[in-house]
Design a protein around this ligand. Structure first.
Ligand code: NAD
Length: 479
């Protein structure tokens, strides 16, 4: 059975205590590899390696940082198929989707490789009396903690800007999906990334993640994961006065006005509801439809949902793969039971899917659509993070905005309308860090990314991430 290793000080490293966790393939439900069950001792080794490398990396020229980060991007591209297969085996998502995500992981590295060449300082001239200039210096050693839903993509989305800003990194991928992070460590060795600049420690959140957050030499934490974990992490890091970036959960509205382009709206709403089994923080799980369009949308949407194939993630025509773990499968099924108990009317789905042969013990759930649920019920308020959406009609623009905002989360929203003025009005009024008008998941890496309310604190993406991963220092020279 394949044993994953940590990546510490430029080398593969077994966990010091020698313990491992079973790592199942969600498609089969069977353990196929072992993930290090590391602990505080491994985190300590990783932090020591990062501390030893930090001055040298901070002083590495922009050109050299660019070269090695571009090389990592090129190697990710070279190994796209191998990494995609590893991601699918680990996470359960369709292989075609893994290929896209691996491409995007390479783009993260390439994008921030170019950022190293574009850093600039600001200057403020005080009426012939003083010159202020502001430099941005690396923080030192920073921690990056990521979730299981887009494993390599989100891991690189944090690591790349942290490295570009001149920091050394101790990174912890999710213990649920450790494989591509492990393979990334191998590619970093091949690319010639200096030892200690990036260290990857695998293991459980309360052990490895907690030790990383508590470590006094780790000066900033960039975290993506659930809101409850984020709050717990903040309770540890805030009294230590660490810099914190929290990218948390979502329960996103998808607001559809009667004047939308229906074909485009339907096509994209299928994706925003069910891509990656609905396991994307940006998925639009609360679908609000203007009443005059409600029945038409519902009929057409259900026709399309019923055509989605739930099945073997390795097959090209599979649209919904396996749910990531037994634990998450149980959680999503429990949410479906709650929605029924709350009076929800199941329009389609609602059951697990039993496949055959090798896949018989895998975790599969039908795409599920409910209607008839009240705004304040658990199903409409809490993140499910699975292939489950609700349909709710509205009568006016004001009501649509109130419905969108009737939730403690504020990550992303989609708005579908051909009325330009309405698009602007509703975009401004919805409490959400990211708004997509007539699209979904349309990403430009330069734009700020993150949520408000329970969806997080701070923004990643573009210069926002570079700002997070640096300390601004203002130098004032009196003339
Ligand atoms: P999670 O909070 O359970 O785990 C996230 C990471 O935190 C994992 O690596 C885990 O091991 C670690 N962790 C757990 N306990 C910890 C602790 N005490 N200290 C430090 N680290 C700890 O989340 P998950 O189940 O892996 O991911 C799903 C969640 O992530 C969903 O809520 C989803 O919305 C959210 N998410 C948000 C975004 C975003 O950009 N806002 C993106 C993807 C996923």
């Amino acid at each position: 059975m394949q044993k994953i290793t940590n990546y510490i000080n430029g080398k593969a490293a077994e966990p010091t205590a020698g313990n491992y966790l079973d790592n199942p393939n969600p498609a089969t439900g069977k353990t196929y590899s072992l993930c290090p069950d590391s602990d505080a001792a491994d985190v300590q080794l990783a932090v020591e390696a990062a501390l030893a490398a930090k001055t040298s990396w901070a002083n590495t020229t922009a050109e050299q940082k660019f070269q090695v980060m571009s090389k990592i991007a090129d190697l990710i591209d070279r190994d796209n198929e191998r990494l995609a297969l590893a991601e699918t085996t680990d996470q359960g998502k369709p292989l075609w989707l893994s290929r896209n995500e691996v491409t995007r992981a390479a783009q993260n590295f390439r994008f921030y490789a170019t950022a190293t060449m574009q850093m600039a300082s600001e200057a403020h001239i005080t009426e012939n009396q003083a010159v202020n200039y502001t430099i941005r210096q690396p923080i030192g050693v920073v921690g990056c903690i990521s979730p299981w839903n887009l494993p390599l993509y989100l891991f690189t989305w944090k690591i790349a800007p942290a490295l570009a800003a001149g920091n050394c990194v101790v990174a912890k991928p999710s213990e649920v999906t450790p494989m591509t992070a492990y393979l990334l460590g191998e590619l970093c060795i091949e690319a010639g990334l200096p030892a200690g600049v990036l260290n990857i420690v695998h293991g459980l959140g309360p052990k490895v993640g907690q030790a990383l957050v508590e470590h006094p030499q780790v000066k900033a934490i960039s975290f993506t994961g659930g809101s409850a974990t984020g709050k717990h992490l903040a309770a540890t890091a805030a009294p230590m006065l660490k810099k914190l970036s929290l990218e948390l959960g979502g329960k996103n509205p998808n607001i559809i006005f009667a004047d939308c382009d229906l074909e485009k709206t339907l096509k994209t709403s299928i994706n925003s509801s069910f891509l990656n089994q609905g396991e994307i923080c940006l998925c639009g799980s609360r679908i609000y439809i203007e009443r005059s369009l409600f029945e038409t949308f519902k009929t057409r949407f259900l026709e399309l949902v019923k055509r989605l194939k739930t099945g073997n993630p390795l097959e090209d025509d599979t649209r919904i793969g396996a749910i990531v773990s037994q634990q998450h499968f149980d959680k999503v099924m429990a949410c479906i039971a709650i929605a029924k108990a709350e009076g929800g009317n199941i329009l389609t789905g609602g059951n697990s899917v039993q496949l055959e042969g090798e896949l018989a013990d895998g975790w599969y759930i039908q795409p599920t659509v409910f209607e008839g649920l009240s705004v304040d019920c658990k199903t409409q308020q809490e993140e499910i993070f699975g292939p489950v959406v609700t349909l709710t009609p509205f009568d006016t623009e004001e009501e649509a905005i109130a419905l969108a905002n009737s939730n403690s989360y504020g990550l992303a929203a989609s708005i579908w309308t051909e009325n330009l003025s309405r698009a602007h009005r509703v975009s401004a009024a919805v409490d959400s860090g990211i708004i997509w008008v007539n699209c979904w998941l349309y990403r430009d890496l330069r734009t700020p990314f993150g949520g408000m309310k329970n969806s997080g604190v701070g923004r990643e993406g573009g210069w926002e991430a570079i700002r997070f991963f640096t300390e601004a220092k203002n130098i004032c020279i009196k003339l």
